[in-house]
Ligand binder design. Structure first.
Ligand code: AHR
Length: 634
């Protein structure tokens, strides 16, 4: 392979390798969002879903859920606890999101909104393990007078992966309660109402160039009433109106009738997360269409103004001066500095004439008011076929800055498509590979682990494909694997990049492939040629190379998808070439079906070694391996 470092080609977008966050598989509530109480405000359509109640030791009590929807549309429900006699205790138990993860020696903050209506009712909280043994408890100050928030905290004496929370009422009287919440004290950056630190750390370790959020199909909703509306996700968390998650499904192992969106993780938190991990924000907005796989409901063309205004206001929220309405809101939430929003997606995975009509209205308004913002257009579910060709053709005519292509295909497809962008129409729009993952068939993997579809073979085929994305960095400017996160006990879609339970998380082989590319990006593409041609599958080899002018090094990525090892001779023919040593990082295993699980997280992972390097260097490449050679200039 000749590596020509004196012929730098396309510039690589600094945001090239990013992540796509969608609240699917309990990724937000029950996942990244560290709240442990499910249905904390009784707003699920079945108001006591997730809650259990019992009277103990002769108590005579009742609980009534009251709806004040005329007075409060965003947080209509609260509960009234009546303790009829001063005896025993009334216990409300919350089951958490498939249990609560509670950790020994960790402190937990409990809060509740309460209103003392009459008498004297005392409230205590108690964390219990799987055997209902108490592992942490605390009392609240006496509830007095009108609505107020009461707080207390406790430390757990033991760890429980599927614990629960008891809220215990004693005394005689009537108390109204709302927003019962339990957070670990240790969240990402110790923020109240914060995010699960181990999961954010996994995202940060990918050094993503961008975060696409909040979805996916949840942007669209099953019907328009359940679409994602960013304005309802910012400000006081008690006033963020809960809706049904598009992935609230009831069948087999994907059963999730209790999947709702509390929006505790809302748009302000998304922007903050992007900033924390050094990623550019890429919000995707509803374009006036509900999910076309479900209701396919659309807003009539003369009613899209509200949707378009949401997009314009989002730019003001992210970037506007603090003297504007939405910029002022951002400042009041603690972030006067702009978030530096640069791009916005119009619609998720939409297709057809209805999409085009709506996209054009959005694009006209955005280009007029915010020409500085790049627009990302959908290419439908893609990646092939008449609909895809038609949409991409029109979107280029419309001069969309980026076109969002999605491909969930077999490993074979990924291997066969490493040259997909070599001869692409380069005239107008760039490509955003917004959702991709190699999918194996169920029958290929009988293992019962949720994580078992994240095989090494799938990850290796993605790595091969990604060399093609990188080689065409003039064309492909953003790319993200999908979906990102999945709870092992509450998933609706697999494979996923990171799996987690209530206490731990595991990086998949696919994660390590993403990390290999994102942390070894480079600034410009350079040719890496075999017999004068790019290596895009000949002899099952795939190669791309970049120069990194910031860190003064050359990076070569070489994927061997064959089951045999290969002797590869590198010929560093550029003028600048003068190398002495290299760092060789590889991921390799002969077991195509190998995967990482929470119980066994290190089956497939990268290993690095230093090696000598000369300008004519021969290396033996392992079978089924992804390799990155980093060569610092002397
Ligand atoms: O990533 C899962 C789903 O796949 C997304 O919600 C949607 O955009 C696509 O169909």
């Amino acid at each position: 392979i000749s590596v020509l470092d004196n012929k730098p080609g396309a510039h690589i977008s600094p945001s090239m390798w990013g992540v796509f966050f969608e609240d699917i598989n309990f990724a937000a509530d029950g996942g990244l969002y560290a709240e442990l109480v499910k249905n904390r405000s009784f707003e699920f359509p079945m108001p006591m879903m997730g809650w259990d109640e019992k009277e103990l030791n002769g108590a005579d009590a009742s609980l009534l859920v009251v709806n004040r929807s005329l007075a409060n549309t965003s947080n209509p429900r609260y509960a009234v606890v009546t303790m009829k006699k001063n005896e025993g205790a009334f216990v409300l138990t919350n089951e958490g999101f498939r249990g609560m993860g509670l950790t020994k020696d960790e402190s937990y903050n409990f809060s509740i909104m309460a209103h003392a209506v009459e008498g004297d009712v005392k409230i205590k909280v108690q964390a219990v393990n799987e055997k209902n043994e108490p592992i942490g408890e605390a009392s609240l100050d006496a509830v007095k007078g009108g609505w107020n928030t009461y707080r207390t905290s406790f430390k757990c004496t033991a760890t429980a992966a599927k614990g629960k929370l008891n809220v215990i009422f004693e005394g005689k009287g009537v108390v109204e309660i709302d927003m019962l919440s339990l957070f670990p004290q240790h969240t990402w950056k110790q923020r109240p109402n914060g995010l699960r630190a181990d999961l954010v750390q996994k995202l940060a370790d990918l050094h993503p160039g961008f975060v696409r959020f909040p979805g996916g199909c949840i942007v669209e909703g099953r019907e328009l009433a359940n679409r994602y509306q960013w304005k309802k996700t910012v400000g006081d968390i008690a006033e963020r109106q809960l809706i049904m998650n598009r992935w609230n499904v009831e069948f087999s192992y994907r059963n999730a009738p209790d999947y709702y969106q509390s929006f505790g993780l809302g748009f302000f938190e998304y922007f903050q997360l992007c900033e924390d991990i050094g990623a550019t924000a890429l919000p995707i907005l509803n374009c006036g269409m509900a999910c076309q796989y479900n209701s396919a409901e659309v807003a009539s063309l003369n009613q899209t103004d509200e949707y378009i205004q949401d997009a314009l206001d989002l730019v003001e929220f992210a970037n506007g001066s603090t003297s504007t309405k939405w910029g002022g809101l951002r400042a009041s939430l603690g972030h006067p500095a702009p978030f530096n929003l640069k791009m916005v997606g119009i619609g998720n995975e939409q297709w057809g004439e209805q999409y085009l009509e709506r996209y054009k209205l959005f694009a006209a308004a955005m280009k007029q008011k915010h020409p500085e913002i790049k627009l990302v257009a959908s290419a439908g579910p893609g990646p092939d076929g008449d609909q895809f060709d038609y949409l991409t053709k029109v979107m280029r005519q419309e001069k969309a800055n980026l076109i969002d292509e999605h491909y969930y295909r077999s490993p074979k497809w990924f291997l066969n498509n490493a040259a997909r962008y070599d001869n692409y129409d380069r005239k107008v729009s760039k490509v955003f590979a917004g959702e991709y993952a190699a999918h194996i068939m169920d029958e290929d993997q009988k293992d019962t682990h949720a994580e078992s579809h994240n095989t090494w073979w799938a990850a290796l085929s993605e790595a091969a494909f990604m060399t093609g994305l990188e080689r065409n960095a003039d064309m492909v400017q953003l790319a993200s694997y999908a979906p990102l996160l999945a709870h092992v006990d509450a998933w609706q879609w697999r494979p996923d990049l990171i799996w987690f339970n209530n206490l731990q998380s595991v990086a998949t082989p696919n994660y390590y492939v993403q990390q290999l590319f994102s942390t070894n990006k480079g600034t410009r593409v350079i040719p890496a040629l075999a017999d004068g041609k790019v290596l895009a599958g000949q002899d099952s080899l795939y190669c791309s190379a970049t120069v990194d002018s910031v860190n003064n090094r050359i990076i070569i990525k070489l994927i061997n998808a064959a089951e045999q090892s290969k002797q590869i001779s590198f010929d560093m023919t550029g003028k600048k070439s003068a190398f002495k040593q290299a760092t060789w990082t590889k991921i390799a295993t002969m077991n195509k079906l190998a995967f990482n699980s929470i119980d066994n997280p290190d089956v497939v992972k990268p290993v690095s070694q230093k090696m000598k390097w000369s300008n004519k260097q021969t290396v033996t490449i392992e079978p089924l391996s992804a390799n990155v050679f980093v060569l610092p200039y002397r």
